[in-house]
Design a protein around this ligand. Structure first.
Ligand SMILES: Cc1cc2nc3c(=O)[nH]c(=O)nc-3n(C[C@H](O)[C@H](O)[C@H](O)COP(=O)(O)OP(=O)(O)OC[C@H]3O[C@@H](n4cnc5c(N)ncnc54)[C@H](O)[C@@H]3O)c2cc1C
Length: 456
């Protein structure tokens, strides 16, 4: 349905998948609407740029769809604008007929165990952000003394981290792993990468494609304790879930200990039914991860009384994420999301994507979400938008008065071209610029051009 031309204005905060699918849906529904998409970074695409693994370039092709959204009539990208730093949510609500928060869930959930603040413990959001060039995490300098690393969590993010650590430089050559991270990872003397889950293999959230990929690595072999694998999947699962569990079990069985795995330079060791108890350290740095063995009692993992300690110098937690608090959009503290009822936060204020649902669901799940919430935004606009709000002009005036260097789509295209050119030098799709300062410097006018323009 296309709503007739109006002067409605909408501000979408966040240019990840949820925000860009939302901008696209609204632009198609409201011909003539002014839709501004803000992002705190000078770069769009959210976790497609900063989360998706560097050796999965195919997944990033989705950015072509997002580029179509960003070039639709009425849509503007406004990067390097942080809500709560450069402009408040109250100001945005006063300026636009509707505001949609698509700010994701960028904070690592804490493990809540002793030793969590030792040097060498990293959240996967920070660790992945580091190797993917997110400016917040580029300076992380993770500790990877080897030979053991423990990754806590049994979802695809844990597998991504294990794979990126296990691959050879040649395996990674055609992805966009950042040079600063490649130097550290490929120099790390890693031998045992543990993937640890407090529950069993049936409860793991891995998808079969990601799991089976670990069986095809050049220098690493996956190993799983066969004793923790059930004979058959439980009954009563819905058919789609049962299919995934069965496939995962089949793949895990093929990861049974074998002499060639023990002889390979690196092993990815799956350890199910092992709940983290504490992280051990000496002189402030990680030396081990203490675990309590568990067994499943229904959906609960209960301790068996047996414990073990993995000798590791690094612990990476991949147990989920929470939203960052935003003034004027209270959090549901239990779930770590922006409190909402079916996407509605308050009058004219909406939320979509991971900030609405929590950190689950792949990129396409955000499209379905955006379509559903766009219906609600449209209904609100139909009843409340009178064209009385100033829209983009108010944003521009406030940001100009505050001296914010707003990054436009044309600016981003310039950053993009530079990154692609830098990547070409090493045969990579791009070499990301991991610093906001460097990106903004790149956008400064060339003094020679300024001179020409001024007739000097
Ligand atoms: C490590 C990792 C790997 C993944 N790999 C895959 C994969 O291979 N395939 C797949 O389909 N899915 C993958 N996903 C899931 C996918 O990335 C998410 O489904 C999706 O990115 C969620 O979209 P979103 O728009 O809600 O949030 P995000 O992608 O996080 O986007 C949020 C955006 O909001 C911006 N923002 C935040 N706060 C503010 C503020 N105050 N002001 C202005 N802007 C702000 C951020 O800069 C960001 O650009 C992965 C996720 C992770 C964490």
């Amino acid at each position: 349905m296309t709503v007739p031309a109006t002067t409605v204005s909408v501000c979408v905060v966040g240019s990840g998948p949820a925000g860009l699918y939302m901008a696209d849906a609204l632009a198609r529904r409201h011909a003539g609407a002014a839709i501004d998409v803000l992002d705190r970074l000078p770069t769009p695409y959210g976790l497609v740029r900063a989360g998706v693994a560097p050796d999965h370039p195919g997944t990033k092709a989705v950015t072509r769809q997002f580029d179509r959204a960003l070039t639709r009539p009425g849509v503007r990208f406004r990067g390097n604008v942080t809500v709560d730093r450069d402009i408040t949510l109250a100001e945005l609500r006063a300026a636009y007929d509707a505001v949609v928060l698509a700010v994701g869930a960028p904070e690592d959930r804490r493990l809540g165990i002793p030793g969590e603040d030792l040097t060498g413990v990293h959240g996967s959001g920070a660790f992945v952000g580091w190797y993917n060039g997110h400016p917040d995490h580029a300076a992380l300098t993770p500790r990877l003394p080897g030979p053991g690393v423990a990754i806590i969590g049994t979802g695809n993010v844990a597998l991504d981290v294990a794979r990126v650590l296990a691959k050879t430089p040649e395996d990674m050559a055609h992805g966009d792993l950042c040079a600063h991270a490649a130097r550290v990872i490929h120099a790390a003397p890693l031998a045992d990468i543990w993937v640890v889950g407090r529950r069993g293999p049936l409860e793991a959230a891995f998808t079969p494609a990601e799991l089976s990929a670990l069986g095809h690595l050049e220098r690493a072999r996956p190993v799983v304790e066969t004793a923790t694998l059930p004979e058959s999947p439980p009954t009563g699962l819905d058919p789609a879930a049962a299919k995934i569990v069965e496939k995962n079990l089949e793949i895990l069985r093929a990861f049974a200990p074998r002499p060639d795995a023990e002889a390979s330079p690196v092993r990815i060791r799956f350890l199910f039914n092992a709940a983290p108890q504490s992280i051990e350290g000496e002189t402030g740095v990680v030396t081990g991860l203490r675990l309590a063995r568990t067994r499943m009692d229904g959906a609960r993992a209960v301790p068996t009384g047996e414990t073990l300690t993995l000798p590791v110098g690094t612990v990476i937690s991949a147990i989920g994420y929470r939203c960052r608090p935003l003034e004027g959009a209270p959090l549901n503290q239990d779930r770590g999301i922006i409190a909402n009822t079916d996407g509605v936060v308050a009058e004219g204020l909406f939320v979509v994507g991971w900030a609405r649902r929590g950190p689950t669901g792949v990129i396409p799940a955000n499209r379905a979400d955006a379509m559903a919430i766009a219906e609600r935004v449209s209904a609100w606009l139909a009843n409340h938008a009178g064209g009385a709000k100033p829209g983009p002009a108010a944003l521009d005036a406030l940001l100009a008065a505050r001296g914010v260097r707003v990054v436009s789509l044309t600016d981003w295209e310039r950053i993009n071209r530079t990154e692609i050119a830098r990547g070409a030098a090493t045969g990579q799709p791009r070499q990301k610029i991991p610093s906001v300062g460097e990106m903004l410097t790149l956008l400064e006018p060339d003094p020679a051009d300024v001179g020409t323009a001024a007739g000097l």
